[in-house]
Design a protein around this ligand. Structure first.
Ligand SMILES: [Zn+2]
Length: 255
């Protein structure tokens, strides 16, 4: 099974998983990079998975469905290009001989879902759209900070060797902010150097792993004393959701 991040737009990745014959893609905001990859590798598109309704995640869905006949699977509660099969937490799906589970992760959008595949042949895969990024998380557009925190907690509880397939290459910017929050985090410093070296060679920093994210991502570390201490002066409320909300707001303003 091969996992490929197909670059799209300025900083999106459309994730492709294939077995040499059949493929699936996640969040095809643009059909072109997918069609190109199908042709290059001689693949048939079996399925399209979608995490949420934003245009840079669904823009290529109709064209790909029409050209390939692939089935589309997306969130139950979002405005989506029809027809598609709608899914919510607890649903499972068999694709390419692998079992995919749906997780509800509201916050970035109200009906955002994530796709988790506990591939028995290797490390599990998590396609988390714009909920979790390496070193960061998505903006809270439609949900509440408490919802987003609960969604990130749910993802962080998956096995540490899970490969985290985020939809954007935001890593270096996120890590710059993370270092401002936790200047004393040595794992974060090491990971930053690693990612800077990858980007200097135009290579993706993704997938990351959940074990790495739990060590370096401030949005998964909002109960760590160092993070609480850094954020507290900016927080209106000092409960978990209040600290998370203040951290997210700080990131929005960070330059
Ligand atoms: Zn989005």
């Amino acid at each position: 099974m091969t996992l490929l991040p197909l670059p799209a737009f300025d900083d999106n990745y459309i994730w492709m998983l294939h077995d040499g014959r059949q493929a699936l893609v996640v969040d095809p905001g643009d059909a072109q990079p997918v069609l190109q990859a199908l042709q290059t590798h001689g693949l048939q598109l079996q399925a399209i998975l979608v995490t949420h309704h934003h245009a840079d995640h669904v823009g290529g869905v109709n064209e790909l469905r029409e050209l390939t006949g692939a089935r589309v699977h997306g969130p139950a509660g979002e405005d989506m290009p029809e027809p598609l099969q709608r899914h919510s937490e607890g649903d499972t799906l068999e694709l390419l001989g692998l079992r995919f589970e749906v997780l509800d992760v509201p916050g970035h959008t109200a009906g955002h879902i994530a796709w988790y595949c506990s591939d028995p042949q290797g490390a599990p895969l998590l396609f988390c759209g714009d909920t979790l990024f390496s070193g960061g998380c998505g903006r809270v557009f439609e949900g509440t900070p408490a919802q987003m925190l609960a969604s990130l907690d749910k993802l962080a509880a998956l096995p540490g060797h899970t490969r985290v397939c985020c939809a954007h290459e935001y890593t270096l910017g996120n890590l710059r902010f993370a270092r401002a929050v936790e200047p004393g985090n040595t794992a974060l410093q090491r990971y930053s150097q690693h990612c800077e070296a990858l980007r200097a060679q135009q290579r993706p920093t993704l997938p990351s792993t959940l074990a790495v994210e739990r060590d370096i991502n401030p949005f998964l570390r909002t109960r760590e004393p160092a993070v609480v201490q850094a954020v507290a002066p900016r927080a209106q409320a000092h409960d978990e959701a209040g600290i998370f909300a203040a951290l997210r707001l700080w990131k929005n303003e960070f330059r």
